[in-house]
Write a protein that binds this ligand. Structure first.
Ligand SMILES: Cc1cc2nc3c(=O)[nH]c(=O)nc-3n(C[C@H](O)[C@H](O)[C@H](O)COP(=O)(O)OP(=O)(O)OC[C@H]3O[C@@H](n4cnc5c(N)ncnc54)[C@H](O)[C@@H]3O)c2cc1C
Length: 403
């Protein structure tokens, strides 16, 4: 990459100086790492975990994710199955309100399932093959970010600098917290964070086998429970908005497991995490620091789907960086140009969808609270395949305007 380093004002190249540093090597970080390395930039990816690492997730990927994997990495569904990245798929899905079935459908495009340790390791491999340097494990986690010096310091005290820093370090992002923005006072951030619990049940020896994804409402306000199948295990979880939730989520989860006749997990086997659930940041860029994926709250406000949006926002951030570098303007102009380019792309490809998805979610939760399941059952019955097509990204959420 000829113009990159000088355009972005990096000092003399060396092992601690890069064009781009990416904190976090989940789907967002590895996708940006792959695209930017492939374009010829010197990229350093750093992650506090050692890969392959565990990540709490139900592992459902939609059609739009599969298309992204093909567009960005040249991988098809067949090649992903051959490499055991996609390990299961189902064309059937069911939605319940407690034990009442409110819709079940067979759809032409299946929902597909991955295991996050394999999937994330696979994407990281792509970034490394494209030339990204990678540092991982204890001591490598990002401790601090110096925005003025455009550098990051790891837990072990080593400092690396770059023209651009990307925060892809998940929902509890340290990069985001270095922005000095009072996020926690903002209703739209803290008010749209969900808590989640999940267990993994191995199929071997399980009392019950379920071979399609199923969603369950009414176990908790402002959230839902799920059973998602994998080839070898079931992923069973629950999530709900933190602040609106009047019931105890863990109690609701145990109630759900008992109703499903699923084995109560041994102590310590219920995992917990946070999901951005409509808490996306409209301006996730400050000077030359950009946020992608969960770090910016980019998960779908309807179902909390985040893998696609992590990768899509990384793709858009990479596009913005490459466009601005190609433009060849000076650093100060480029910083503004970078923010403008990234936010424009986010508005075009992500934010409008999130806004509609958020409205639909609020309407569903309000309707369930007031009228229980009947209106939702009637509407889902009338809509046929449209909801699944929307979740898959085959049609935009905007069609809901017509309802
Ligand atoms: C219970 C649950 C179920 C879910 N199910 C689904 C699903 O079925 N489908 C779906 O699409 N989405 C699902 N999601 C959401 C999805 O998991 C996230 O949206 C997605 O992982 C976001 O990817 P990311 O790359 O932005 O962040 P992450 O995957 O969280 O990756 C962040 C990376 O940053 C690293 N990191 C963190 N802090 C530091 C630091 N200080 N220094 C260096 N590295 C750091 C971490 O080790 C990690 O590797 C689920 C989430 C939860 C909690």
């Amino acid at each position: 990459m000829a113009e990159g380093p000088s355009c972005w004002g990096s000092s003399m190249p060396g092992p601690t100086t890069y064009d781009v540093i990416i904190a976090g090597a989940g789907p967002a970080g590895s996708t940006a790492g792959y695209l930017l390395s492939k374009a010829g930039l010197r990229v350093l990816l750093i992650d506090k975990s050692t890969f392959p690492r565990k990540k709490l997730c139900a592992g459902l990927i939609t059609y739009k994710t599969v298309r992204l994997l093909e567009r960005v990495f040249g991988e098809t569904v067949d090649s992903l199955k051959e490499q055991d990245i996609i390990n299961y798929e189902s064309c059937h899905y069911e939605v319940y309100c407690k034990d009442t079935l409110i819709t079940q459908r067979d759809i032409p495009v299946p929902f597909r399932f991955i295991d996050r340790d394999t999937y994330d390791y696979f994407l990281l491999g792509k970034a490394r093959q494209a030339g990204a340097a990678f540092l991982e494990g204890d001591g490598i986690g990002l401790r601090s970010l110096d925005i003025l010096k455009s550098s990051v310091t790891t837990l072990s005290g080593k400092t690396y600098s770059a023209g651009i820093i990307i925060g892809a370090d998940g929902v509890n992002s340290r990069v985001r917290r270095s922005f000095l923005v009072d996020l926690f006072g903002r209703d739209d951030w803290s008010g749209n964070l969900a808590a989640a619990h999940e267990i993994f049940l191995e199929r071997r020896g399980a009392k019950k086998q379920i071979w399609h994804p199923a969603l369950y409402f009414d176990y908790i306000d402002d959230g839902y429970a799920w059973i998602f199948p994998n080839r070898d295990r079931l992923k069973i979880g629950i999530c709900a908005l933190n602040n609106k939730n009047r019931k105890d989520l863990l109690t609701a989860f145990r109630h759900f497991l008992a109703d499903m006749d699923m084995a109560e997990p041994q102590e310590g086997k219920i995992f917990s995490y946070v999901v951005p659930y409509g808490s996306f940041l409209p301006n996730p860029v400050f000077r030359n620091v950009m946020l992608v994926g969960d770090a910016a709250g980019f998960a779908d406000p309807l179902l909390g789907e985040g893998i696609f949006y992590a990768q899509r926002s990384a793709e858009l951030a990479s596009q913005a960086i490459l466009e601005v570098i190609k433009g060849g303007s000076g650093l100060l102009t480029s910083r503004q140009a970078l923010a403008d380019a990234y936010i424009k792309l986010l508005r075009l490809h992500i934010f409008t969808e999130f806004e509609y998805a958020g409205r639909i979610r609020d309407a569903i939760f309000t309707s369930l609270r007031r009228f229980r399941y009947l209106p939702l059952k009637i509407i889902l019955g009338l809509l046929g395949d449209k909801p699944a097509e929307t979740v898959h990204g085959i049609r935009s959420y905007k069609w809901m305007r017509k309802l």
